[in-house]
Design a protein around this ligand. Structure first.
Ligand code: ATP
Ligand code: MG
Length: 398
């Protein structure tokens, strides 16, 4: 096969927007793809091409992988570009078939352009292409479950042939929504929550709350590792971890509050996240909580926690099962980094409250808890790992 010399990038939801929104989103996707190529040291230029994007690059394989890690992308295919003529297409298919000798196959052709742009229909291309492939490989046609699908995309002035579609994450291009602070423990759930928000286009600022003796450097290191992994999906955005030092606050909380201390800690954390959010222009604070996963995550207790927040609290994993979250963590590569039981487990009392009233929790916690949380979060330490010095999520050209 001629070596693939470009990548076709397909996007989904972006395509159904009004034309103004769509143009902005396409532009953003293009910029994000360029940033993804740049951070991976892949040469390439990205152009809008009908309702696709096209990457011209000497390394289509790596570029397709970069595209498959870019939010908004539905799929990416390394393609061979050829003339939109019958001869050129059949000869390109013949070369591609020589590279895929075994297994059943199908040819899937699409044609776009004004009437009469091509002297053949897509059906004819599929039939003639099928014969060509059959001649080369001797393999049977199987339209239902082919081992190889030869894709043909024929436009007015050029055509593409490909045999792979690498699935992307879908969603919306990063930066098309406003940024969100994510409380990131480095545990299993919160990185997945961050990823889900990024998938909907919201850049995230991860905030780790250092629990002092109840956390530890290993926990923080996990959070840093996970942040680096998330940054891979956010080329060009500021995803540096912000660390709030809450060791003394947690010590005091553990010494003075018993059954409801977990809830007070969660309230303090939300307040900290909020301070960072306002500072950085983020519109909400997100957590990896899921209904009923822990005693602090019952409906009643979530309401008590929420009462300490003045920004919206996003819980993208609210209805997700642990097994499903775990599987996703493996898929996006945050699992290996996050198998420690981190989070704030060690702070938990022997008999945590599952149905506390706000009044009870407030009465038990130190009067200045939330104010103290605010003070601590004013100057978080910014960890440089995972940063690429690129544009922030709140940049003005969004
Ligand atoms: P995770 O949910 O992060 O995988 P976990 O299940 O042990 O770990 P919990 O202790 O139940 O989490 O905490 C619930 C949520 O609170 C987390 O998803 C995260 O958003 C936030 N959180 C917990 N601990 C911390 C921390 N040390 N720093 C920042 N956020 C935290
Ligand atoms: Mg959890």
């Amino acid at each position: 096969m001629h070596r693939p010399d470009a990548v076709l990038v397909r996007y989904g939801e972006v395509g159904v927007k009004s034309s103004k929104v769509r143009t902005d989103m396409e532009r953003r996707l293009r910029d994000n793809l360029e940033a993804a190529l740049a951070t991976r040291d892949i040469d390439g230029t990205v152009e809008r091409n009908w309702s696709r994007l096209r990457i011209d690059t000497p390394d289509p394989d790596a570029a397709a992988d970069a595209a498959a890690d870019t939010f908004g992308v539905v799929s990416a295919s390394p393609v061979v570009v050829c003339e939109p003529t019958r001869e050129a297409l059949l000869s390109t298919l013949r070369a591609a078939a020589a590279d895929h000798p075994g297994g059943s196959f199908a040819v899937d052709a699409n044609r776009a352009g004004p009437d009469g742009a091509h002297p053949f229909t897509s059906r004819e291309l599929e039939a003639e292409g099928g014969s060509v492939v059959e001649n080369v490989t001797g393999a049977p046609v199987d339209l239902d479950d082919p081992a190889v699908t030869y894709g043909v995309d024929c436009r007015e002035d050029e055509a593409f042939v490909f045999t792979e579609r690498r699935p992307g994450p879908g969603g919306l291009p990063l930066g098309t929504q406003e940024p969100v602070v994510v409380l990131l423990s480095g545990g299993l759930d919160s990185p997945v929550a961050a990823w889900e928000l990024m998938k909907r286009g919201a850049p995230v600022y991860p905030v780790y709350v250092d629990l002092g003796d109840y956390g530890g450097p290993d926990h923080c290191a996990r959070a840093v590792e996970v942040t680096e992994r998330l940054a891979r999906f956010a080329a060009g955005f500021d995803t540096r971890l912000r660390v709030v030092d809450a060791g003394a606050l947690v010590d005091d909380l553990v010494a003075s509050v018993r059954d409801t201390r977990m809830l007070s800690l969660r309230r303090a954390m939300l307040r900290m996240g909020e301070v960072v959010a306002r500072d950085l222009g983020a519109v909400a604070v997100a957590t990896g909580e899921s209904l009923g996963q822990k005693s602090s995550q019952t409906g009643t207790n979530l309401a008590v926690t929420d009462a300490a927040a003045t920004l919206p609290v996003y819980r993208p994993l609210l209805t997700r099962d642990k097994s499903d979250i775990t599987e996703q963590a493996r898929r996006i590569g945050t699992f290996a980094d996050s198998t420690l039981p981190v989070g704030c487990e060690r702070v938990a009392p022997a008999h945590p409250e599952t149905g506390a009233s706000l009044a009870t929790v407030e009465a038990a916690e130190p009067d200045d808890l939330l104010e103290r949380a605010v003070r601590l979060a004013r100057n978080p330490e910014t960890v440089d790992a995972g940063a690429d010095g690129g544009r922030g999520g709140d940049e003005s050209d969004r």
